[in-house]
Structures are given as C-alpha cells and as structure tokens.
Ligand binder design. Structure first.
Ligand SMILES: NC(=O)c1cc2c(=O)c3cc(F)ccc3oc2nc1N
Length: 326
C-alpha cells in the first residue's frame, strides 16, 4: 500500500473504530464483534507503524497506552474543581432546600447518582481531547491525559468541533474490580480495598499500559464553561454533553421540589446493589444556571449543590473467600 492509500485507509479505520468504540463503550450496544474491532485496530497500528506521521491526536490506537511517563506534570484548573458539601439525612436536605428557596425562590433540582470514583477534568479544543487532570487540591491537579485516553468511553474526538472543559468521575466497575483483585490474589499481590482506590491507583500509574489494562470507565457530569456556550441549565448541559458523545449517567432526574428529590434518594438507596458500579450517595444540584450564579460558592464548595451520603452500612462482603468489613 503506498502512502496515499495508507492515508486514506487510516482515516477510514479511525472513523470505523471511533464509531464501533462509541457503540460498545458509551451506548453499550456493539454493532460488530470484538474480533472485528481488534482486527481493525491491528490494521491501523500496522499503518501507523509504517507511516508514523499518519498517527493523529485522536487515533484510537492510543487506547492501548503509550510509553511510561517520568512524572506527572501539574495542571492549573482555570475553573477550580470544588468539592461538595454533604447531607446525611432528610433533615439536611430540607434545610438545603429551605435555604435555596429563601435566597432564589422556587428552584428545580437535578439529582444524579454520586459515582464513587476519582474526579477528573477533561479539556477539548475544536472537538479534540487535549488534556485531562485530577482534581488535586481543586486549583492544581496532575496531568493524566495519557491514562485517560485509555478509557474507552472517553471520546478522543467530539461529534462537534467545540472547545470545552467537562468534569466527570472516572471509576472501576464492580466486575472489573473483582477480576482485578482475583488476579492480584493469584499473584500474591496486595488487594485493593474498594473500586474507588483501584480506580485512583490505576490513574496514578505513570505507565498508561497499566491504566489501559484496568477497564476503567467515565461518567461526565458537568461543563466548566457552560455559560460561554449559551447553555442555561444543568439538565441542558448534561443532554448537550451526551449529544457530543460523552457517557452521561442515564439515572439522572430533574425534580420540581425537595419531596421528589427525597423520593429519588430513597429509590436509589434501595436499588444501589443492582448497579454495575459503586455509588456512595446522590448529588443534588439547582438546575438553573442563573440561580446557581445567584447562590455562588463558599471557599471550597458550590452553594447550589449538595451530596447526600448513604449511611455506611456494616456490609460483610466476601471477596473470593476473604472477609472484608467495609
Ligand atoms: N461523584 C459524582 O458522581 C459527582 C460529583 C460531583 C462533584 O464532585 C461536584 C463538585 C462541584 F464543585 C460541583 C458539582 C459537582 O457535581 C458532581 N456531580 C456528580 N455526579
């Protein structure tokens, strides 16, 4: 194959692999068998091997992970990554709602499952993924771009050529966590205590091939520059992120009042064990960005959101014959 044919075929393969990867990892509805995906990936890797200049920044071959880094660079968050204030009971939620209504009047909320993983920020320029970072201290995080590229549900290129910064939670599904601990137990290695630690440990590896082997996933839950894009509410922002190709948690619900919020909290406290990933509560956000602006933030938390934490149950989980009290 000459260079021109290689260039054309590489572009074709990228399109196919982007589409198949999106169907499989974001929609959870693959249209081709894994073997077909792997065959196309091998073909693209061979072309990039022969013509390295054909490797683009959004090439799906980066899902496999590049060479290990010496260290993580630091990243400054232009929009700080704050942390959520907590609520531990229905009373706290009603207090939150009362304060909101006193300050901005009637307010609709968006409820989301609180994914128990690692908060990350992902930045795109003209639709291409350019940088990803951990929360760090909220202002300065670690550049984990190469590791995040290995998360199959993170789009390397958006469906629109937009520049944005999205926030999300990287996590390890329960099944991946159990399999990883089985492998580590078989190798006599120390086990991870829970999926959150396993996800954080995987993303803090300097060798992206380790992250690539850990089957991590990512739900995106916010836009840092939503108002610049003319979006007026959080629910619109989530729909927009989904339309761009991000994986947004489907279990979100817009609630007209705090009673509906409390119903959502109780519903998911019951249904939590059925989820294929761990959650440690529910995040409640005022939906209107205008009201969010009015409410503002404290030094470390937004005043327009709160995290309801499920009570830590005394659960005895038998992990492959090991009694673990969490
Ligand atoms: N773990 C989560 O599933 C989750 C976490 C956060 C945050 O940490 C968070 C922090 C802020 F300062 C503002 C909004 C947020 O929204 C969030 N939404 C979520 N769904």
């Amino acid at each position: 194959m000459d260079r021109q044919q290689a260039e054309r075929r590489a572009a074709e393969l990228r399109e196919l692999l982007h589409r198949y990867g999106y169907e499989y990892y974001v929609l959870d509805r693959p249209s081709v068998p894994d073997a077909e995906y792997d065959r196309l990936m091998q073909e693209l890797m061979a072309i990039e091997e022969q013509y390295p200049e054909l490797k683009t920044s959004d090439s799906p071959t980066q899902r496999i992970g590049g060479p290990p880094l010496e260290a993580f660079r630091k990243v400054t968050h232009v929009v700080p990554m704050m942390s959520l204030a907590n609520a531990f009971g229905e009373g706290d939620l009603r207090d939150f709602d009362r304060r909101i209504r006193q300050e901005v009047g009637e307010a609709a909320y968006v409820c989301e499952l609180k994914i128990d993983g690692l908060a990350v920020s992902v930045r795109y320029e003209d639709g291409y993924f350019v940088q990803g970072a951990t929360r760090g201290d909220g202002t300065t995080g670690e550049d984990i771009t190469e590791n995040l590229k290995t998360i199959r549900s993170l789009p390397l290129r958006l469906k629109e050529p937009v520049s944005l910064e999205a926030r999300g939670e990287a996590f390890m599904p329960k099944a991946s966590f159990l399999r990883l601990n089985e492998e580590r137990k078989a190798r006599g290695e120390e086990l991870f205590a829970n999926p959150r630690n396993a996800a954080a440990g995987s993303l803090r590896q300097l060798d992206p091939k380790v992250a690539a082997s850990r089957q991590l996933d990512l739900f995106v839950y916010g836009l840092a520059n939503a108002e610049e894009l003319g979006i007026e509410s959080h629910s619109e922002a989530l729909d927009y992120l989904q339309a761009l190709g991000f994986k947004v948690n489907p279990e979100r619900r817009r609630c007209a009042n705090i009673d509906e919020v409390i119903a959502f909290v109780n519903e998911w406290h019951e249904k939590r064990p059925q989820l294929p990933y761990e959650i440690d509560g529910i995040v409640i956000k005022v939906d209107s960005f205008a009201q969010q602006r009015e409410l503002g933030t404290t030094a470390k938390s937004p005043r327009w959101a709160i995290a309801y934490k499920f009570p830590a149950e005394e659960v005895v989980t038998t992990l492959i014959g090991i009694e673990v009290n969490v």
